[in-house]
Design a protein around this ligand. Structure first.
Ligand SMILES: C[S@@+](CC[C@H](N)C(=O)[O-])C[C@H]1O[C@@H](n2cnc3c(N)ncnc32)[C@H](O)[C@@H]1O
Length: 75
């Protein structure tokens, strides 16, 4: 017997307009609650980072630490 997994689908989709809206986000305007926890040298894994604008801001805040993003790819 094989179990079938439902396909992962991001319900908002990855239309260009959706991605553009996400790409305009910054750590300050969309993740301010995390900023006090980001210290130089820290490591960040941003799961569901989308286009990664917030992930890039995190990189500046934790430098010389690393900020990496992981996101589902469009189908
Ligand atoms: C609402 S967007 C937010 C993007 C970014 N974090 C931001 O705040 O601008 C959510 C993102 O998570 C991704 N995503 C959804 N489910 C995921 C999963 N199971 N694993 C990884 N990424 C996922 C989607 O592809 C989408 O790019």
């Amino acid at each position: 017997m094989s179990a079938q997994q439902p396909e992962d689908v991001y319900s908002h989709g990855h239309h260009e307009s959706v991605v553009r809206a996400h790409a305009s986000r910054t750590a300050e305007n969309s993740a301010a609650f995390v900023i006090p926890h980001l210290t130089p040298g820290a490591s960040v894994l941003d799961v569901g980072c989308g286009p990664g604008s917030i992930t890039c801001d995190f990189a500046g805040l934790v430098s010389p630490g690393k900020s990496r993003g992981w996101t589902a790819r469009p189908r």
